[in-house]
Write a protein that binds this ligand. Sequence first.
Ligand code: BGC
Ligand code: BGC
Length: 679
Amino acid sequence: MKVPPSFFLLLFLEACSNMTPLALQTAITGAAVPPGAVADNRAVHPEIWPKGQSGVASDPVVEARVADLLSRMTIEEKVGQTIQADLASVTPDDVRKYHLGSILNGGSSGPHGNDRAAAPEWLSTADEFWRASMNVAAGHVGVPLLWGTDSVHGNANIIGATIFPHNVGLGAMRDPALVRRIGQVTALETRVTGQDWNFAPVIAVARDDRWGRTYESYSESPDLVREYAGEMVRGLQGEPGAPDFLRSPYLLATAKHFIGDGGTDRGIDQGDNIASEEELRDIHSPGYQSAIAAGVQSVMVSFSSWRAEKMSVNRPMLEDVLRGRLGFNGFTVSDWNAHTQLPGCTGSRCSAAFLAGIDMFMAPDTWKGLWANMVEEVRSGEIPLSRLNEAVGRILRVKIRAGLFEEGPPSRRPHAGEWRLLGASSHRAVARQAVRESLVLLKNEHSLLPLNPQLNVLVAGDAADNMSKQTGGWTISWQGDGNTRADFPNGQTIYEGIEEQVRAAGGRATLSVDGSFAVKPDVAIVVFGEEAYAEGQGDRKDLAFEPKEGKNQQLLQNLKAQGILVVAVSLTGRPLYLTPAMDAADAFVSAWLPGGEGGGVADVLLRKSDGSVQYDFRGRLPFSWPRRPDQTPLNVGDPEYNPLFPFGYGLEYATPQKIATLPDTSPAATHLGGLDREG
Ligand code: BGC
Ligand code: BGC
């Protein structure tokens, strides 16, 4: 390509300029520890971690209330506070009987077994569970429960909600203020349906893009993640000290997954991070630093291991580092049945994690046995009462700070049941702005873009009119698969957005998934991408998108062969090896996983009918783009950094640049592809 090498050096230097000296050193030396040498070297040195402070100050009034509640609660009630059950495996009666402190809806759980339940049913379900938790019969202390949900890109479990781009796209925006605004809208729409705890933001720093959760990561750059984490927490929780902090329209946020989830070996989900302690600190903790400064009140502990030990039992990290050094003062929650994976533990018994500093167990379907055994373990002294009081105290403290004891049932809290807020046009406008800002222009031969909307435009590719591919995982269902157009009453596909504007301008846009046409178009926009996926299932063995003779590549080449100008738009949760597609197309745009507002793509690709530019590109790569399918890990700061497009790259209309034919350095590419790591 024509970009001079000095250009990369410049970008590298620019990226380094705001790194800490240690991050810089790590970036330059790589400092990776050879595998094998690590398992016996996981001593934690809290003193090398930065001393941080929570944005939430300790308050004697709150402390007195915590002490009073603890003094009135039985062991059974206390144990109940430390356990969270999943909607699919718990009833309000269970909550009443076992005094459970929290429920969640996992990615595929919904009220009464219906993942697609209508919004009012979510809210009435929230009330039923809340009422059960407030049971004061027989002298019980009614402690309002928290309902946790994964509103990781809007309240996207709910049909009709505004769906934002996934984090990878937000990373491309480089717009912290918009991130905060997205947090506010997400919190508000989640309050409408009655949930008061969001398992977001993911502040993973994905370092190997084979990881299926790369799209949940803002960036490979710790600096960008640091910049965003605090903003998102403020957007979700509000300002510490303000009267509405943690109260509707805000809610409780979760920084997850502590720590090093994005740095596992080979990008394997729930895998082993073999980094040095310094790398954990410099790469994976900056997001926690800003989230804690913003007052984040819960932290989800990672499924992953550090040097062959699961984080969920790493007491030095959970207690001495997270609290002692970084200053966290909320409560920790484990990940989905993570305790079942720990040595010496079963689904129904795991004092080790509790003693290590897990304050609340996410025990979706294992909660009942766990509850019974914990009660017994406290009675026998295996779990000291002091540790139980500590964990419950942390949970109660957050519940008090959130005003839960005063707020009443979910349906009576501000904005609950205001259905018009779900997918409100002002909210969709925020999402659409995010889509526009997240698009990254990688190639624009002959300044093909922006397109004149009065042309005859063919819109092709199987992602052009495909809500499931646009929105990805964690959308209505866990993996985001199986969603149809009808599941998105408030969204717009990319094709619909283009068609609307082209028609308004007097042009013509035709949808043709396979690229066939009756009248030769002036230009084709080909939209293609990954199938929706979430954790686990999205892991890859390499970064190949499809074989060279794959159907998308054929589509691009067929159109070119007919003398048609081609704009390619890729929908992927991460940079993938797409050099052949980039070479085949005249213009290439990475749109990541843009979410529900496909119209944002047309806003940037199309001119106004008077010929002027609507919106220029402003997206910059949040991840380095690989030259080869096997070029991973690939991160800015690597000693021999040689990406196809460097971190921070992105073209603009304002400064047209020509990109020559890209070097296809991948003879093996034809044989690669597919999601099967073993295959
Ligand atoms: C996910 C849940 C999901 C469940 C399905 C878990 O790992 O986090 O949200 O519903 O698996 O089995
Ligand atoms: C995921 C978490 C999520 C939880 C609940 C887990 O499998 O790792 O990110 O919050 O499930 O759905």
